[in-house]
Design a protein around this ligand. Structure first.
Ligand SMILES: [Zn+2]
Ligand SMILES: [Zn+2]
Length: 156
């Protein structure tokens, strides 16, 4: 792993107990799309200097924008327009066209894994699935025939 990034900043590897296999760099999403092909990753919105994922969230009469960390398995977020997401289930929409992101599968928390497509042409074999319940870290990556849990992907 490179210790210094291009700008000379230091990259501190996350500390984790060794589990046999060497740890890989985390996967950082560079693009992900709504079903109409709008890129949900906005280069003007940064999360820890990385271009962040923006999703319009709705619940009852509340509406806002969820800014998600693009590092897989690291579900840190901030919200704009809503004070707290609590542990509630939110609708996920494209901020550009308003379409609701499709469900991939129910989550163990009774939320749903929402599909963010990895390609601008919607491709059900390449997507990231993110639970729409605030506080639930469940997320998956589908790559062709393989499905990974994001929290395990560094060890895949
Ligand atoms: Zn859209
Ligand atoms: Zn969940």
């Amino acid at each position: 792993m490179k210790i210094f990034d291009r700008k000379g900043g230091m990259r501190i590897p996350e500390q984790k107990a060794a589990e046999g296999k060497p740890k890989k760099d985390p996967i950082v999403l560079k693009e992900c799309y709504c079903p109409n092909g709008h890129n949900l990753i906005n280069v003007n919105t940064k999360f820890n200097k990385l271009s962040a994922i923006s999703i319009q969230i709705k619940r009852k009469k509340q509406e806002g924008i969820l800014i998600l960390n693009p590092v897989c398995g690291d579900k840190n977020y901030v919200t704009i327009g809503v004070n707290k997401m609590d542990n509630e289930i939110w609708e996920f929409h494209c901020p550009e066209c308003g379409i609701e992101l499709p469900n991939y599968a129910p989550c163990h928390c009774k939320g749903n894994l929402k599909m963010l497509f990895c390609r601008s042409q919607k491709d059900y074999n390449h997507f990231v699935g993110i639970c729409n319940r605030a506080g639930c870290n469940n997320s998956v990556i589908k790559k062709g025939d393989e499905l990974y849990n994001c929290t395990d992907i560094q060890n895949c």
